[in-house]
Design a protein around this ligand. Structure first.
Ligand code: UDX
Length: 451
């Protein structure tokens, strides 16, 4: 009887319309669906998740009047996010009120929003619904940065000597590792953080991480936030949910099938990174000189001034046909779990970081922006399963790091540590593990209406 009542209750998810944010919130939706909730995904007109067979049990709603692809091009990513939060507030309220009219307020258990879709919380508050923010590891940094004095922080950030110093309270992160360069000027980034963090009224925060990875950051959050914090990740292990916004080229898996175990370097820079042609060429020649096979994802539009891979020289293209493979977008999880993959060159987005650790694959870390530097620093100096490439990229460094990872003893040690972490992460999402218990606690609090 009680089971029936729980099944009927709905959870509203509000994703940021970008691959790296859609992925974890859809995984969370799957995990909660398995726990008996109905899932409603409220999305914007830009970058919609399709109601494919993988989500046939979910209900999808699109907020009218929200921003589109051309708005993103005209505005740039950061102003786009700030504007999105303005334009969506009223239409989301309207959407929630309609949902409530359909079945009554007892029916919606919670609104779970990506921390950057903070417009959701005022609507949830207006209807007295509990709301929960979904975030990840760099949340601690964003919380700290939301409170810095912008003027003196800007001066510190411009001083090259300060750049290499550890930021007080965030050891081992240095000033240069902080998430301060996310697609716009520092002032706008601090504004976004302060909007997302300081005006938060969420009743709880869900973190896509596990205590075995980040115990001290999680303890900090429990202490500072004054609302329950649920570290229930990695969500891709807890509940896989294929939600690629780009078509995957599966031919690379057939190519991997023909390679030797642990021999291939998988290269992918996620869904947003933009690299310079010069760096792409250094990468190509470094890969060439390393003599290792590679699977390289070159996302169309990810190289400044190029459509796709046309800037690669003919000589390198010959090498690709001998011991390389290039695709526009890969089934990444399948690639990382393939026995032929021995290393991952990554921009260190949080999903890629978790996916790589979750498969015990050591990494070459070449962060671009935002939280990627935080993740790269942790991979190199805390989890010690990655090597970070800092400064100018040149073919010599590329060659030596590929060898360090795939051929040298150092790489074998990193692999051992990555496998150790993989086992710990798998244990954390198994019944009785810390993340699994955290998910149970969250679900129970919804059932008991503890918020
Ligand atoms: C963005 C930010 O850039 C990142 O810093 C933040 O942590 C999350 O949001 P993105 O840059 O796309 O994400 O990187 P990431 O978090 O790694 O997410 C990329 C996702 O795309 C991963 O789940 C990965 O499996 C998937 N992917 C990537 C593919 O499925 N195929 C590919 O070829 C490349």
């Amino acid at each position: 009887m009680e089971e029936k009542q729980v099944k009927r209750r709905r959870i509203v998810l509000v994703p940021v319309p970008a691959q790296g944010h859609v992925t974890p919130i859809m995984q969370l939706g799957k995990a909660l669906h398995l726990k008996g909730f109905s899932i409603i995904v409220v999305q914007t007109q830009y970058n919609r998740v399709s109601s494919s067979k993988d989500f046939s049990d979910f209900h999808f709603l699109t907020i009218p009047g929200s921003l589109t692809d051309s708005d993103l091009k005209n505005l740039g990513a950061l102003p786009f996010m700030l504007k999105l939060n303005q334009v969506c507030e009223a239409s989301f309220k309207h959407c929630l009120s309609q949902l409530l009219q359909e079945q009554g307020d007892d029916d919606i258990a919670c609104v779970i929003y990506d921390e950057y879709m903070y417009f959701s919380q005022s609507a949830a508050m207006e209807f007295q619904l509990p709301s929960t923010a979904l975030s990840a590891t760099a949340f601690v940094c964003r919380s700290v940065l939301s409170k810095v004095n912008a003027e003196s922080f800007l001066i510190d950030m411009k001083d090259p000597e300060t750049q290499d110093k550890v930021f007080p309270g965030l050891d081992p992160l240095r000033y240069k590792d902080l998430p301060t360069s996310a697609f716009g000027p520092l002032e706008s980034i601090l504004k976004l953080y302060s909007n997302a963090v300081n005006i938060r009224t969420a009743s709880a925060v869900i973190i896509n991480s596990a205590s075995c990875l980040e115990s001290s950051s999680l303890a900090w959050l429990q202490r500072e936030l004054q609302v329950p914090v649920y570290p229930l990740g990695p969500l891709h292990i807890a509940a896989s949910a294929p939600s690629s916004l780009i078509e995957e080229d599966r031919s690379c898996i057939e190519w991997l099938d023909k390679q030797k175990p642990s021999s291939v370097l998988y290269i992918s820079l996620g869904s947003l990174a933009l690299m310079q042609i010069k760096d792409m060429l250094e990468m190509a020649w470094g890969l060439s000189n390393s003599n290792q096979p590679f699977l390289w994802v070159i996302r169309p539009g990810s190289v400044a001034g190029s459509e796709w891979r046309e800037s690669l020289p003919e000589e390198f293209n010959k090498l690709v046909s001998e011991r390389g493979y290039i695709v526009k977008w890969a089934p990444q999880m399948e690639g990382l779990s393939h026995p032929a993959v021995g290393g991952f060159w990554s921009h260190c987005g949080w999903n890629s970081t978790l996916e790589s650790i979750g498969e015990g694959v050591p990494m070459i870390c070449r962060p671009f922006t935002g939280d990627q530097r935080v993740n790269a620093r942790y991979l190199e100096s805390v989890w010690r399963s990655g090597v970070q490439l800092e400064g100018e990229l040149d073919k010599g460094t590329v060659e030596s790091s590929v060898k360090r990872l795939t051929v040298d003893e150092e790489g074998a040690d990193m692999r051992k540590r990555a496998i150790d972490l993989k086992e710990k992460l798998e244990a954390s999402v198994r019944s009785g593990g810390s993340s699994s218990s955290s998910l149970e606690d969250f679900v129970n609090s919804l059932k008991m209406k503890n918020f």
